[in-house]
Design a protein around this ligand. Structure first.
Ligand SMILES: Nc1nc2c(ncn2[C@@H]2O[C@H](COP(=O)(O)OP(=O)(O)OP(=O)(O)O)[C@@H](O)[C@H]2O)c(=O)[nH]1
Ligand SMILES: [Mg+2]
Length: 209
């Protein structure tokens, strides 16, 4: 399934929350998803944005296990353009014990090659807390997985790092480190929960239209 924007990142970084907030920022009330199951079949799912938000806030049973592509309608000139933004399974270190999760991660990596833009979601508060524990900003390295995604991202022309959860403690310090570590033009501070930073996100999404 082709996509315009692919959302990647570690488990729990806020990828699905980012997609729902983006839909809301674009004024959508109903969501149209194309779900690529790990057995290769694609199915269409429709739901109200409010329903999706409710499922997301009801615990961790809804962890994303398939590629789900949001079909977004974005105004361009007098007409609307369709943009596809794909939410993916969280990546985790090591080999996951569950084969379907491993397949879902492989699916995510394949889509990285095809997407026009990759949005890499990072929990900035987790970065800030890790920095605090390390006590030294200079020699600090993030986990291998995110560092490898940075390296992959640098080799692409369109790659955006979203420093998420800016509403949480430690996120400012995490964001500061990310800005020093990465190309400043590629990083945006957001809170998918509160909706901050989405004006800038929308600018990147409109470019896809
Ligand atoms: N405080 C705060 N919490 C957030 C924010 N974004 C997401 N969360 C919370 O973080 C948790 C994980 O969010 P998800 O959107 O499910 O994360 P995900 O990256 O899709 O997770 P997987 O699908 O399991 O990989 C949920 O409890 C969200 O409510 C944010 O900006 N601020
Ligand atoms: Mg998810």
């Amino acid at each position: 399934m082709s996509t315009d924007g692919l959302v990647i990142g570690r488990t729990n970084a806020g990828k699905t929350s980012f997609c729902l907030r983006l839909a809301r920022a674009l004024g959508l009330r109903e969501l149209n998803w194309l779900v690529e199951r790990t057995d290769g079949r694609t199915e269409r799912r429709r739901m109200l944005l409010s329903e999706a938000q409710e499922i997301l806030s009801s615990g961790d049973a809804h962890q994303t296990r398939e590629l789900q592509t949001l079909i977004l309608s974005v105004p361009r000139g007098k007409s609307d353009r369709i943009i596809r933004v794909t939410d993916s399974t969280g990546l985790a270190d090591g080999l996951h014990h569950d084969a379907s999760v491993r397949r879902a991660m492989a699916q995510t990596l394949r889509s990285m090659i095809e997407a026009k833009v990759v949005f890499h979601v990072i929990d900035a508060s987790v970065v800030g807390q890790a920095l605090q524990r390390a006590g030294d900003m200079k020699g600090f390295r993030l986990n291998d997985l995110d560092e490898q995604m940075f390296a992959l991202g640098r080799s692409r022309s369109s790659y955006i790092v979203l420093a998420n959860k800016m509403d949480l403690p430690g996120a400012r310090e995490g964001y500061r480190w990310l800005r020093q570590h990465l190309d400043k033009d590629r990083i945006l501070a957001i809170s998918a929960r509160e909706g901050t930073g989405f004006q800038e996100v929308k600018r990147h999404v409109w470019r896809l239209a």
